[in-house]
Design a protein around this ligand. Structure first.
Ligand SMILES: Nc1ncnc2c1ncn2[C@@H]1O[C@H](COP(=O)(O)OP(=O)(O)OP(=O)(O)O)[C@@H](O)[C@H]1O
Length: 604
């Protein structure tokens, strides 16, 4: 039989959003039926844990009677064994059902988180370390799964067993039953003492864990730099300080909590210390029979000891509540808004920046920038590092929302475009090429999932990538490591150009990517780019001026403002900012050529 999640009340469809703010109630609702059955079977199994003890009590009654009925003793023994097996079967059923429900919750949460992360602007990620976000998607979601899979049946059992045991003891002898409860108020007092300020402490612990996760993420990303300087994790200051902070926290926690904890656990497991002598005294007074005394010796520990489990669950609950808050913060993160009356214009797709102003937090990145990138033309953005070129490009796919002004594509403000339609019309080639785990083919096909093998190959050929792909061990089926580690920068760049060619979008955002590659790769990439740019609206961030001399339009940026625009010739004549850039560029070229010459001369 296959498990049909819909039939069994598990709603895994990502299209139904999870109601926020998140709490245990709305998580439970995701998988209400399996979890409800898990609770029912857990209660039944917990109740049955007491039943064999009742059989043993009845056996004792027989054995201590004047004429023991051995047949009844055997019958009761078989009953005890049968009930024990039934209890185990119910326990297994409860755990299986709890896991089914918990996995449904985990699956739904993950989908909802990934969906949300797809919809938030880039500024959301800027304020968070990638480590802490990864922790939310993995550890926090796993923790919630674990809570429902393990804690739920355990907690239900831990709460049921004492109630059943106490009911049985009160039926047998109310005086000893009360005695079995005596340590409880003292244990609660010790527990209160032990738990004081726990919420604050757990919050501190959560913060420390977040810091460590971020720092470990950073350490792993920068491990080549750390190694190249002959350092190790201890010399990675922030990471070392976060780990030391955790050690101090644990020491402090142990110092403050151990006394109360020892008292609490001691009291909860010590009711026999009262029940045993009191029962013996009542027996000597002839007000208690021996089988009842045996029953108390067997069952009294089950009245309080399971409460220990409940305490663990409470501690666990603190952590899960924090995990839930972190998951909730992502699920409630503001998404890129989409206009109600969004529409796709039926016009040539030019790009127009009108008095654009943008800040990253408090710091101003663009001020009053206006220019027009004509449809089907190549517009280049030039300027010193930090002048705002990339920021302008990032505003087009709405990776960031600008503060003031208008940004029109095809005559319509980007905020009036349906986001999917906008992104479908953009091809993006940035310097940092991200390649996913998967084959070369998968990495290319992501640009157009329905592309045929022939189309993929044609794009690769046009991007001058086919030859190096065929030289890989399995050609297009070669798996690429994390971040495409097995490919050179130039090869990755050509793959990303092939992707853009496959997507065949009418607008192209290009971060000129030839700055850091060798001459052979530069020529190949340039050739690929020339093919890619044909008949498209191209906005190109240019780091080397000679590559944009022939652009239709050049926009010169300086310190977040536009200081000139026109063709290369016009700017050389009128724009001091461009003249300076050109002088620097020519100077650098002379230096590099001169440098090459002087190095080459001795061999001439
Ligand atoms: N995510 C960010 N958060 C905060 N400030 C940023 C962010 N990205 C860029 N900036 C700042 O905004 C300004 C413009 O940066 P931008 O990357 O747009 O310049 P650029 O001209 O593309 O530089 P480069 O040529 O070096 O890439 C800079 O002062 C930069 O420090």
């Amino acid at each position: 039989m296959t498990w049909n999640s819909e039939q069994h009340g598990i709603n895994t469809m990502p299209s139904t959003p999870i109601p926020t703010p998140l709490h245990f109630g709305n998580l439970l609702r995701i998988a209400i039926w399996p979890l409800a059955w898990a609770v029912v079977t857990a209660i039944a199994s917990a109740a049955l844990s007491i039943a064999p003890l009742w059989c043993i009590y009845r056996i004792a009654v027989e054995l201590f009677s004047a004429q023991p009925d051995m047949e009844a003793v055997w019958r009761l023994s078989w009953w005890a064994l049968g009930l024990l097996f039934l209890r185990w079967a119910l326990m297994v059923a409860s755990h299986v059902l709890a896991h089914v429900g918990a996995f449904a919750i985990q699956h739904r949460l993950r989908l909802a988180l990934v969906q949300r992360l797809n919809q938030v602007p880039l500024s959301f990620f800027a304020g968070r370390g990638s480590g802490s976000l990864r922790r939310t998607l993995t550890d926090d979601v796993n923790g919630l799964e674990g809570f429902f899979a393990h804690m739920l049946p355990d907690v239900v059992a831990a709460a049921t067993v004492p109630v059943m045991a106490l009911a049985l003891l009160f039926v047998a002898d109310w005086r000893l039953a009360l005695a079995a409860l005596v340590p409880l108020p003292l244990a609660v007092l010790a527990q209160w003492w032990w738990m004081r300020g726990m919420g604050e402490r757990m919050r501190e612990w959560g913060e420390l864990q977040k810091r460590i996760a971020n720092q470990v993420g950073e350490y792993v990303r920068g491990v080549h730099v750390v190694k190249s300087f002959g350092l190790d994790a201890r010399s990675f200051g922030e990471l070392a300080s976060a780990v030391r902070g955790a050690v101090v926290w644990v020491q402090d926690y142990a110092r403050h909590s151990s006394g109360g904890w020892v008292m609490f656990t001691g009291l909860l497991t010590a009711n026999l210390v009262i029940v045993a002598p009191l029962g013996a005294w009542l027996y000597t007074q002839d007000t208690l029979d021996l089988p009842t005394y045996v029953l108390f010796l067997l069952v009294a520990p089950a009245v309080l000891a399971p409460l220990l489990r409940l305490t663990f669950a409470l501690g666990e609950q603190f952590q899960r509540a924090q995990a839930m808050q972190r998951v909730d913060a992502v699920l409630q993160a503001p998404v890129v808004s989409e206009a109600v009356n969004a529409y796709v214009p039926d016009a040539a797709l030019d790009i127009e920046f009108i008095h654009i102003r943008h800040c990253y937090g408090e710091s101003l990145a663009l001020e009053d920038v206006s220019f027009h990138a004509g449809a089907g033309r190549l517009t280049a953005l030039v300027g010193a590092s930090g002048s705002g070129k990339s920021t302008l490009a990032r505003l087009i796919p709405r990776l960031y929302e600008f503060e003031f002004g208008e940004l029109r594509i095809g005559g319509v403000d980007v905020r009036q475009w349906p986001l999917d339609a906008l992104l479908a019309r953009l091809g993006i080639v940035f310097q940092e090429v991200f390649l996913f785990h998967g084959t070369v083919h998968d990495n290319l096909a992501m640009a157009r999932p329905d592309a045929s093998d022939a189309q993929i190959e044609a794009a690769a050929r046009a991007a001058c990538a086919h030859e190096f792909i065929m030289a890989l061990p399995q050609g297009y089926d070669t798996a690429l490591g994390e971040r495409g580690a097995r490919l050179s920068g130039g090869e990755r760049q050509r793959l990303s150009i092939a992707r853009a060619l496959l997507k065949d979008a009418p607008i192209l955002l290009l971060d000129e990517a030839t700055a850091s590659v060798d001459a052979e790769n530069e020529a190949l990439i340039q050739q690929a780019l020339d093919t890619l740019c044909q008949d498209r609206t191209v906005l190109m961030i240019a780091h080397r001026l000679h590559s944009v001399m022939h652009a239709d339009h050049i926009v010169v940026m300086d310190g977040g403002t536009l200081v000139g625009q026109g063709t290369h010739a016009e700017l050389l004549e009128h724009c001091p900012g461009y003249q300076r850039l050109w002088r620097d560029h020519e100077g650098a070229r002379d230096w590099s050529l001169g440098h090459t010459r002087t190095e080459a001369e001795p061999h001439a």
